[in-house]
Design a protein around this ligand. Structure first.
Ligand SMILES: Cc1cc2nc3c(=O)[nH]c(=O)nc-3n(C[C@H](O)[C@H](O)[C@H](O)COP(=O)(O)OP(=O)(O)OC[C@H]3O[C@@H](n4cnc5c(N)ncnc54)[C@H](O)[C@@H]3O)c2cc1C
Length: 401
């Protein structure tokens, strides 16, 4: 089977161009608002100006929160608190698209801040307990830990007594979340971050899997397939899980920090850790999907991607390996407000689909929103795929009237 993205031999019947299914959960008004947002971020100059204006507006305390809340925040986030996400959770669930509550507050720097973030993640586990609309929870280790300290640990630098204690507290926080997830039988995803402390996150993730994944996959680690070493890491992680007798939980993504990784490698004078080309990242990702499905007896897979080909390929791999669409070991996931054509068409076809639903106070989720803006800004003057699809649906609705 060809695992490259341009290959045309992977042609299952499922299609992702049905905008009527994709946007059925959005009213005309919501769709027009989405069109406005993607129109703004689509133009690099306007996007830069808007981002700059919002950053300064918030710094100067200008009353712009209401505008953000009614536009980008409403499109990409579920609400400011778990309770305020209820409408989004219900709305998605009506279309069999499930929710992963993602507490997206970044930048807590104090022990009290890390403890508070841990408590918030624990509240998401409470919310998910026995709730079929919320099949997973998620956390980012740097939400509950100091990234600088993680880096020191990875570098094998000697830690002061105080740092050793702080690292002990990080490990306890991770265990507290995974333990509750285990008690409540809510699988938990651990996000992947920067490579210069990712090994510490990986080590904690495998320790947690060994502890909590013996009967079923509860803890999932994230594999960034844009990293040149990641396919081999996946194979090693799989062998380790087999030899130690636990299920391997895999969330597979391409990776979100390519520019930072490359910049740092250049500055520090080590080899670029990222695949040399987009095609190489695609191939590694698709090979990874194939590997997980071939080893599905002791693996659970969440494919976190907005790439149509990879999502289609996974449906095809499932078919070839006689896995039912509802097989609990295979999930598809996208971010709220993006790639609805993939999420809703997959869900309609009967696959297991979930959306990351970020939430938190407006000003605290701004870094997340800025990243979404950057991601959707056109580099070559064409409209982003999101914008094309939204326009197509608006046109379809107006013709149908
Ligand atoms: C549910 C979900 C969870 C996620 N969790 C995480 C996470 O925990 N950690 C994380 O890092 N990211 C995470 N991401 C983001 C993800 O890593 C990607 O950045 C994003 O999804 C875009 O990749 P894609 O597969 O959707 O599709 P595509 O648009 O096909 O791929 C874009 C990606 O390809 C890679 N790429 C682009 N150009 C090149 C190049 N020149 N050379 C090499 N590679 C290239 C980059 O990874 C880029 O992000 C998550 C995404 C989703 C949907």
């Amino acid at each position: 089977m060809c695992l490259q993205n341009h290959c045309m031999d992977a042609q299952p019947s499922l299609r992702f161009d049905n905008t009527q299914i994709a946007f059925s959960y959005k009213s005309d008004n919501q769709l027009r608002k989405a069109s406005f947002i993607f129109n703004v971020v689509n133009h690099p100059a306007i996007a830069r100006l808007a981002t700059w204006g919002v950053k300064w507006g918030l710094k100067l305390g200008l009353p712009i929160k209401g505008i953000i809340r009614a536009t980008a925040f409403q499109h990409f986030c579920g609400g400011e608190t778990i309770e305020k996400c209820e409408g989004t959770i219900q709305q998605l669930d009506r279309f069999q698209v499930k929710t992963i509550l993602d507490y997206s507050v970044e930048g807590a720097k104090t022990e009290a801040g890390f403890d508070a973030a841990t408590e918030e993640v624990l509240r998401t586990v409470d919310k998910a307990k026995g709730n079929s609309a919320i099949p997973f929870c998620v956390f980012k280790v740097t939400g509950i830990a100091d990234a600088g300290l993680l880096e020191k640990v990875q570098q094998n630098e000697g830690l002061t007594l105080e740092e050793q204690q702080a690292f002990g507290r990080i490990r306890k926080r991770v265990d507290k979340i995974c333990n509750k997830a285990y008690d409540y039988q809510v699988p938990v995803l651990i996000d992947a971050e920067d490579r210069w402390y990712q090994r510490v996150i990986d080590d904690m993730a495998y320790e947690m899997m060994k502890k909590y994944n013996v009967k079923s996959p509860i803890v999932f680690n994230t594999f960034q397939m844009y990293r040149a070493d990641m396919y081999d890491n996946l194979v090693k992680a799989s062998k380790l899980a087999k030899s130690e007798g636990y299920f391997l939980g895999v969330k597979m993504v391409r990776g979100a920090y390519m520019e930072i990784e490359r910049k740092r490698a250049e500055e520090k004078g080590y080899a670029d850790p990222i695949q040399p080309t987009k095609e190489a990242s695609d191939e590694s990702f698709n090979k990874g999907l194939n590997f997980c499905i071939e080893n599905i007896q002791h693996t659970s897979l969440m494919c976190g991607s907005h790439n149509e080909h990879s999502n289609l390929l996974l449906t095809e791999l499932m078919g070839k390996n006689n896995l039912s669409k509802q097989d609990k070991r295979v999930w598809f996931a996208q971010l709220l407000g993006m790639s609805d054509t993939i999420s809703f068409n997959l869900a309609k076809a009967g696959y297991n689909v979930a959306k990351y639903v970020p939430y938190g106070p407006v000003e605290a989720v701004m870094p997340y929103l800025f990243r979404r803006a950057e991601e959707n800004t056109s580099v070559e003057g064409q409209s982003s795929r999101e914008l094309i699809l939204i326009r197509k649906e608006l046109k379809r609705r107006s013709a149908a009237r």
